[in-house]
Design a protein around this ligand. Structure first.
Ligand SMILES: [Fe+2]
Length: 171
């Protein structure tokens, strides 16, 4: 907690009591690899989960694709946004390459295949809304990644490895 002298006091609202009674604070989710593990996603990628919101079917996480790796072809049913943290990545379907600091958004109906041919791979923070449908290399439906798929991905790995589940991740 900061020094009290550094906290600006705001005027009371007419419904201040309701805010105090029903509002929820946000949360600080540690990013260190011990408390918040990289959960393998296929052979060449891993996900560090940060947030699961079952009311909006949305999640936040960092996707790490190792150099030469790719993520299966997928179709979005909601808006996705991402900011690149490390390395570089692209989709086979587009002519851009995302590098650190670059922002990407993807809209419902978009379908594409992510890859990283950067020797250092890539890391990007994704905010994902709605389900993502994954397909195999023959275009056959494989599975849907919605908020519950991401929760299952995180919690099963934690339980299998004796890592406490961080309840603060659940909005
Ligand atoms: Fe995508």
């Amino acid at each position: 907690m900061n020094e009290i002298s550094n906290i600006t006091k705001l005027p009371e609202e007419a419904y201040e009591a309701a805010i105090r009674r029903f509002a929820k604070e946000g949360a600080h989710i540690p990013g260190d690899d011990k408390a918040n593990p990289w959960v393998p996603f296929g052979d060449a990628a891993a996900i560090k989960h940060f947030c699961f919101d079952v009311r909006t079917n949305s999640v936040a996480n960092i996707l790490w694709v190792k150099g030469g790796g790719r993520i299966g072809t997928h179709k979005h049913r909601g808006v996705v946004s991402a900011i690149t943290l490390e390395g570089s990545w692209a989709y086979y379907e587009y002519d851009w390459v995302a590098r650190p600091g670059d922002f990407v958004y993807e809209l419902p109906g978009a379908a594409h295949t992510l890859y990283s041919d950067d020797p250092d791979g890539m890391k990007a923070l994704f905010w994902i809304n709605g389900p993502i449908e994954f397909y195999d290399d023959n275009g056959k439906f494989d599975f849907t990644a919605d908020v519950f798929w991401f929760i299952d991905h995180y919690t099963k790995y934690c339980e299998a490895n004796g890592i406490p589940i961080n309840q603060e991740m659940f909005v």
